[in-house]
Write a protein that binds this ligand. Structure first.
Ligand code: SAM
Length: 218
């Protein structure tokens, strides 16, 4: 009886795979494979450094989940702070892009679906994940100092430059900052402008990885 049921399920799976797109693999990450790989390399580099990990701008948590998998597999004992408004961009940050950076409101409106309660519930089994609902521009990063790895992915100019300015003095020696969307002539190129202004004004060396990832090692 059990084997008839199993054979039937396998037969249905075969039909569904062949005649629909339900089994078609897709790439659901916001980050490129090279960026994901850079995150793992960075996690290994900072493994024995004192400090926490933080991702600023988490959206629904695809990269967060990817990092959680690695932290569990490598039995790392660290706090992983996940900071977001969990309700999309701040209106002042969008207005700045429209008034000063020539962007269209409709192009840069996104992530409104998010919900803090549901997000926390989705990550409740990862005890080391510490979700924080805040405007990253106003968050006091001294509360989570020292930071050994920061992933900054808030897309627009104002939050990116504010976060970089704030975390600079909170980084552990040997700590790493990874910034997404360091790419010109894109709708999220506010992050590109902020990254380059930041490294220039602080005379920091940096690397570019893949098509849109900036890396600074402290
Ligand atoms: C591109 S998504 C992050 C994607 C995520 N890192 C990933 O790889 O899956 C950008 C996120 O930044 C958040 N964000 C934008 N401005 C912010 C601000 N001022 N403070 C906190 N979060 C902000 C948005 O709510 C959104 O969830």
């Amino acid at each position: 009886m059990f084997s008839i049921k199993k054979n039937l399920i396998n037969f249905i799976k075969k039909i569904v795979f062949k005649h629909s797109n339900l089994g078609k693999p897709n790439f659901q990450y916001n980050l490129e494979p090279e960026q994901l790989s850079e995150i793992i390399i960075s996690l290994k580099k900072v493994k024995n450094i004192k400090g926490c990990i933080c991702e600023i701008g988490v959206a629904r948590g695809m990269t967060t989940r990817f990092i959680c998998e690695h932290l569990v597999n490598s039995s790392e004992d660290t706090s992983f702070y996940c900071i977001d408004t969990f309700s999309s961009f701040e209106s002042g940050d969008i207005d700045y892009e429209i008034k000063n950076r020539n962007k269209n409101k409709s192009d840069i409106e996104a992530f409104k679906y998010n919900d803090f309660k549901k997000w926390k519930e989705n990550f409740k089994n990862f005890k080391f994940v510490k979700p924080i609902k805040a405007d990253a521009k106003k968050f006091d990063f001294n509360k989570i100092t020292p930071i050994k790895l920061a992933i900054v992915d808030v897309d627009l100019y104002l939050p990116t430059i504010a976060v970089l300015d704030k975390i600079k003095d909170c980084m552990s020696k040997g700590g790493i900052v990874i910034v997404d969307d360091v790419k010109k002539n894109e709708k999220w190129d506010g992050a590109h402008q902020a990254f380059h202004e930041f490294v220039k004004k602080n005379s920091l060396s940096y690397r570019l990885v893949g098509q849109k990832c900036g890396v600074i090692e402290f």
